[in-house]
Design a protein around this ligand. Structure first.
Ligand SMILES: Cc1cc2nc3c(=O)[nH]c(=O)nc-3n(C[C@H](O)[C@H](O)[C@H](O)COP(=O)(O)OP(=O)(O)OC[C@H]3O[C@@H](n4cnc5c(N)ncnc54)[C@H](O)[C@@H]3O)c2cc1C
Length: 403
């Protein structure tokens, strides 16, 4: 049966659950809902799944979070990445998983104690295999890094995978789900019992459960049920650099926590990013564009700790670089918002991500379990009501992507 469809107008459609948004978050949610036996429909307004923010990501994952909920989502998701074929029941299915490691670095002597206490913070929330390295230890292991480095946090089992393969895999494995492309949700109908239907440009889908997984558009979807989410969007860019012999193939993901830049190897080339402090909040964008001068700025930033980039730059031609952009979504405590919303029965959130690729597997499972009653929404640390209750987490360390 073909499950990813660009349909004719809907007639008398209904579903146990409708997911709005076909990024990695929505598709992972649809997978778990389908796995729980719910007849699920996912609507995606674009031509393909995971073609908005998810495709702009550098597809990396880490467990190194200091907030308990983020670490829990990350660790559970990593279990899924490491066992994707078994979890989805698709023998031999590959997601191009690399345990390249994540290395956070500083050259600031005054920040060494922070790095050490952050590693302790990782351990406290169960990420016990994160390591503290001195500058000398870093250089011994990665001699191509700058001798100015004073300290590092490192976890060897962090890494990266193909978000495209993960999305397609979740969709293929979702036996009770249908995925409708080029189908834009335009509203949500409610009645005395709560959510009653999702309205789309192809017609109405009757349902009692809706999941808002609309990525940067989650703020707009929530307004359809009168909910104002305390979130905002911020454009972020990344650069692909074509293969070059001077780029170390076995490098980890290298993060400069002093200037908020990072890079990692990718098929002989590399993916780079930088959180430009000048970037402003933006409205949800259907076609976020990168800036022509971003690659040059990004290369300069990553060259600070990985000086080989200066030699690579000398050989680069314009065609060797491509820039992509997407939008991070931030909540007040920089954690996602998951689960039901009091007063709007049937309306569920799975949104507000800046690291959504890496958390998607567990976030989808939690969202599903709150819909099916297997998880008590009150025990969900990422519930929407945490902001009103004043139980938000202390800000995490390193590379939050906002300024
Ligand atoms: C430069 C950059 C680098 C990143 N690197 C990483 C990384 O290494 N690791 C990591 O974990 N995260 C990373 N991220 C963040 C990550 O990409 C996002 O957090 C994640 O993709 C969010 O997934 P999503 O499904 O919520 O959003 P999206 O992928 O944006 O999906 C939402 C979907 O909803 C659809 N939609 C919206 N409104 C409607 C509607 N009304 N009807 C139908 N469909 C609708 C959209 O078309 C879209 O396809 C990065 C992001 C950027 C920009």
């Amino acid at each position: 049966m073909r499950k990813i469809l660009t349909p004719e107008p809907f007639a008398n459609k209904s579903a146990d659950a409708v997911v709005i948004g076909g990024g990695i978050i929505g598709v992972a949610t649809a997978f778990w809902l389908s796995r729980a036996g719910l007849k699920t429909i996912l609507v995606e307004m674009r031509d393909g799944l995971s073609t908005l923010t998810t495709t702009a990501s550098i597809e990396s994952f880490r467990a190194q979070f200091t907030e308990p909920a983020m670490a829990a989502l990350a660790l559970e998701s990593i279990q899924v990445w490491e066992n994707f074929a078994q979890v989805t029941g698709m023998e031999g299915y590959e997601i191009d998983l690399h345990h390249g490691g994540y290395l956070f670095l500083t050259t600031d002597e005054a920040a060494v104690a922070d790095v050490r206490s952050t590693v302790d913070g990782y351990h406290k929330v169960g990420v016990t295999d994160s390591e503290f390295f001195s500058g000398e230890e870093v250089l011994k292991r990665w001699p191509w890094l700058s001798p100015e480095i004073k300290a590092a946090a490192y976890r060897a089992k962090d890494g990266w995978f193909s978000a495209h393969e993960v999305t397609q895999g979740f969709a293929r494995a979702a036996a009770h789900a249908m995925f409708y492309l080029r189908t834009r949700a335009t509203g949500i109908e409610t009645d005395g019992k709560g959510v009653a239907a999702v309205l789309t440009d192809r017609g109405r889908i009757a349902t009692r459960v809706v999941v808002n997984a609309a990525g940067p558009f989650a703020i707009e979807v929530a307004r359809w049920v009168g909910l104002e989410l305390p979130i905002y969007q911020m454009r972020r860019q990344r650069v692909f650099v074509a293969p070059h012999p001077k780029i170390p193939k076995e490098a980890p993901l290298v993060m400069d926590v002093d200037n908020d830049s990072y890079w990692r190897p990718e098929t002989g080339g590399a993916l780079l990013g930088w959180h430009d402090p000048e970037e402003q909040r933006s409205d949800p964008m259907e076609n976020p564009q990168g800036d022509w001068d971003f690659p040059a700025m990004n290369l300069e930033k990553v060259a600070r700790l990985s000086p080989f980039w200066m030699e690579v730059v000398e050989d680069l031609k314009q065609d060797d670089l491509s820039v992509y952009a997407g939008q991070y979504v931030h909540s007040p405590d920089d954690q996602p918002i998951l689960g039901p919303v009091a007063g709007i029965p049937g309306f569920h959130l799975n949104c507000a991500y800046w690291p959504g690729v890496m958390l998607s597997a567990a976030a989808g499972r939690w969202t599903c379990d709150m819909i099916t009653g297997r998880m008590d929404p009150k025990s969900n640390p990422l519930r929407f009501s945490r902001f009103a209750e004043g139980v938000t987490a202390a800000p995490g360390a390193f590379m939050r992507g906002r300024h």
